[in-house]
Design a protein. Structure first.
Ligand code: ZN
Ligand code: ZN
Length: 330
């Protein structure tokens, strides 16, 4: 069996050079990874989330190395991370992202993309057009997750939106919402991150107390119980609170305000990659490059994760196969 370099988690993170390459299944493609992104989810996995062991990573851009359908070979692609079964009721309703039998790249029963190669079903792949460089394409997954809010919650554009949290997730949500709504404010604790968040008239504040309550939509992207309490206080009666963080909330949260004010709580997770790519194409001025804190070669995965956990870090990238040439760019 051929081997490859990979960042493997086995209770601890290792860089290895002799990990077995994926053996592609029928209908799947083998992808040569060019860039991978470190996500909060990866750091949660390293704390035991999902009990995952194996190659980490689900955010990538790469080129198709092998595939039964020859037209894919050499194409630069990103890929939806959930591999659905294709047979169940959820799949029949085009909700493969909720398929109970799904595997998830680098998260559930599926080797991830922080390696020279990974594999995904061909139906999950989307070609990346030439105007989107690798450094933007690698952000498709988190950007699409932000796009999911607009898919779930149609807006008129007149709403007042507050985003709680100035991390990557909060910034992505603010940017995507600002493409559809004029009045968006991000609340955070880091002046330098709030500076990055500014785009298209997005307002920022370090002090939640400066905010007028009564917002139509409050997006919780802090991942803390305190964030939920703030969201309930800032949202107007009959408004919507969008929960965007998968970080489990522990401790007691008094949900009475939700009942009293008849607020809607909307859980929101992954989005469609087509939506993320569309936002990138329609908004080439979206300052995605400002989110990239640092880049490391794959062999320095440990250092890269160390950097990603520092409080000022936004997105840290791993460079893999960066010198490969594209045989068939489009
Ligand atoms: Zn992610
Ligand atoms: Zn299914």
């Amino acid at each position: 069996m051929e081997s490859m370099a990979a960042a493997v988690f086995d209770g601890k993170l290792y860089y290895v050079q002799d990990y077995p390459q994926p053996q592609i299944k029928p209908g799947w493609a083998k992808i040569k990874v060019r860039l991978a992104g470190i996500c909060k989810t990866d750091m949660e996995i390293m704390k035991g989330y999902m009990g995952f062991k194996g190659v980490l990573g689900h955010e990538f851009v790469g080129t198709v190395e092998a595939c039964a359908d020859g037209q894919w070979i050499g194409k630069r692609v990103v890929g939806e991370i959930n591999a659905a079964c294709g047979h169940c009721d959820w799949c029949a309703r085009d909700l493969g992202r909720h398929c109970p039998n799904r595997t998830t790249l680098g998260i559930v029963n599926h080797e991830g993309c922080m390696a020279e190669f990974c594999q995904l079903p061909v139906v999950n792949l989307l070609t990346v057009t030439e105007e989107i460089p690798d450094e933007r394409a690698v952000l498709t997954e988190p950007l699409s997750a932000a796009c999911e809010i607009l898919e779930q919650l149609p807006v008129s554009g007149k709403e007042r939106v507050i985003v709680l949290g100035d991390g990557r997730l909060g910034i992505f949500c603010a940017w995507v919402l600002s493409t559809a709504v004029e009045d968006v404010t991000v609340v955070g604790h880091h002046p330098e991150k709030l500076e990055v968040a500014k785009w298209r008239g997005i307002k920022t504040t370090l002090n939640e107390k400066d905010l007028q309550p009564g917002a139509d939509i409050v997006v919780e992207a802090t991942g803390s119980g305190a964030g939920i309490v703030s969201a309930m206080a800032l949202c107007r009666p009959r408004g919507t609170i969008v929960l965007k963080s998968t970080v489990a909330i522990s401790g007691d949260v008094n949900l009475a305000p939700v009942v009293i004010n008849e607020q809607t709580i909307l859980g929101s997770r992954c989005g469609r990659f087509a939506d993320g790519l569309k936002v990138m194409r329609n908004h080439p001025d979206m300052p995605l490059d400002k989110l990239i804190t640092a880049r490391y070669p794959l062999e320095q995965a440990q250092e890269a994760f160390g950097r990603a956990t520092q409080s000022d870090a936004l997105k840290v990238l791993l460079e893999i196969n960066k010198n490969i040439s594209l045989t068939n760019p489009d």
